[in-house]
Design a binder for this molecule. Structure first.
Ligand code: SAH
Ligand code: SF4
Length: 467
């Protein structure tokens, strides 16, 4: 069932935040909290809400679990290596719990929404106090309060249908870029993907609530608003009224200097009307992340993607014709069950036709409960690794050639901070979402600047600031 949080649930949510804050005040002050989110932007956004709740309880935040009295890991389930990492990190907390019996450890997010994982945690990691999935964020204050005041801790994983919870406090990790979820869950059931099982049915927030949040963020000075959803192109389907193109148009209409970006688009729901809105907009990025997954119609069908290579290319060509400075990026899965070298070569062909600026590439990872997990998967990991390297080489060359075309041109860049590799440089993203590095004063961080491109790399460009 899809529904909004009731007034009563909302009142309880706030009551437990107040009770926990009062409890901390009467017992020597709030502990420091460590919150770590794995995986996609949606998870990072959920992590910001977890931090928002803790902040209202009076907690400050630390960057390492050793310094914390409350540890919350917000997990990801999309691929097996993400899960392995979490189990490793949870295991390492046992020592901390032995040293500090008062330490509260909670594990939430997509991974624990899977029954077999929640059971494994309960059986093999008994020092974990609270396990909560993706649908019980609004119950976190109660779970924390009960644990702190002597309760046994709870495993609270309802079935993955879910709710829309408006008004949960948020502690944003950046004061330049803000994440705004516009919908939750996914109904697509791509055969390899665990997301629909762990995040439940697709449900959209009301356009008015999104509009209000975005407008407030712009007034507060945020310069990039990233709209989030597993498939933003199907926004609004379950509530009627505004569709995604309409929503973007409304959000493009505010005054002020800001950039609108969004993640992720599903090609089957990406319409020409949406591309027209982007083309004619003032604030929307000239960038579409359009995951193709494979260049073989046979594999796309097995993946249950519901488009063909021909349809995909038609969309890409239309987008390129309407938005000449468009940057396209994609996701690709290598070694889906039953994929042969000929299928893989078709993916390479497609990449050469589309000429993506960047591709996020993944070796297929078997996910329990998905349809692909039942399919024959005869190609060895070693072979898949060889294909992957071939793909990276082809894409690396295309990305570099694409970026070389920018040399000599001027890009508008949102300056986001110091460059991690070259701290004397600043870095940011252009309106095409290309990473741009340049020398400049720290005071430019958080503003839009013009940079003339002088050098291209496969993953970024460098340039000189112009006044
Ligand atoms: N909803 C988004 C993001 C899904 S997860 C979308 O549809 O694009 C992000 C990417 O992870 C996917 O696009 C896919 O390329 C990859 N992915 C998902 N499940 C996977 C699996 N089982 N094995 C390997 N890669 C996977
Ligand atoms: Fe997974 Fe497909 Fe939904 Fe993306 S659209 S979250 S890949 S099922």
């Amino acid at each position: 069932m899809i529904r909004e949080l009731s007034g009563e649930e909302n009142a309880l949510f706030n009551e437990y935040i107040d009770k926990t804050r009062a409890y901390f005040q009467s017992s020597g002050g709030a502990p420091k909290a460590y919150v770590h989110s794995y995986g996609c932007q949606q998870n990072v956004s959920d992590g910001e809400k977890i931090q928002g709740i803790l902040q209202q309880m009076g907690c400050d935040f630390v960057n390492s679990p050793e310094d914390a009295g409350i540890i919350i890991l917000n997990t990801c389930a999309v691929r097996e290596n993400a899960e392995d990492k979490v189990f490793g990190n949870v295991g390492a907390l046992k020592k901390l719990k032995e040293q500090n019996r008062g330490l509260v450890i909670a594990v939430g997010g997509c991974m624990v929404q899977q029954k077999h994982i929640a059971e494994k945690l309960k059986a093999s990691y008994p020092f974990v106090d609270i396990v909560f999935g993706t649908h019980t964020m609004h119950e976190l204050p109660r779970m924390l309060y009960e644990k702190l005041t002597g309760g046994k801790g709870c495993v609270n994983i309802p079935d993955a249908d879910g709710m829309i919870c408006e008004g949960i406090p948020t502690r944003r990790n950046s004061d330049i870029k803000a994440y705004v979820p516009i919908m939750y869950g996914c109904d697509n059931f791509c055969s390899y993907c665990v997301v629909p099982y762990v995040r439940g049915r697709e449900r959209s927030r009301k356009a008015e609530a999104i509009e209000k949040e975005v407008s407030e963020l712009i007034t507060q000075g945020y310069k990039e608003i990233m709209l989030l959803g597993q498939n933003v192109n199907s926004y609004g389907k379950n509530i009627g009224g505004t569709d995604f193109a309409g929503l973007l148009k409304r959000l493009d209409g505010f005054e002020g200097e800001y950039k609108l970006s969004f993640m992720t688009s599903h090609p089957k729901d990406c319409t020409k009307e949406l591309i027209d809105v982007i083309a004619d907009s003032r604030h929307i990025e000239r960038h579409i992340h359009l995951p193709v997954q494979s260049g073989s119609d046979r594999i796309l069908k097995l993946m249950n993607r519901r488009y063909t290579v021909e349809k995909y290319l038609e969309l890409v060509n239309y987008a390129k014709s309407r938005i000449p400075d468009l940057s396209l990026t994609t996701d690709i899965i290598v070694g889906f069950p039953g994929e042969g070298y000929e299928d893989f070569c078709q993916t390479l062909e497609l990449m050469k036709k589309v000429r993506y600026d960047m591709a996020y590439t993944f070796i297929y990872s078997k996910r329990e409960g998905t349809r692909a997990a039942e399919m024959d998967d005869p190609v060895s990991d070693k072979e898949k690794g060889i294909w992957m390297r071939e793909l990276l080489e082809v894409q690396g060359q295309i990305g570099l050639e694409n970026y070389q075309r920018y040399i000599g041109s001027t890009l508008t860049v949102l300056c986001e901070g110091h460059d991690k590799n070259k701290p004397e440089y600043l870095t940011g993203h252009s309106r095409q979402s290309i990473i741009v590095r340049f020398a400049g004063e720290e005071s430019l961080i958080g503003s839009f600047v013009k940079v003339k491109v002088t050098k291209a790399m496969p993953w970024a460009v460098e340039g000189e600031l112009i006044n």
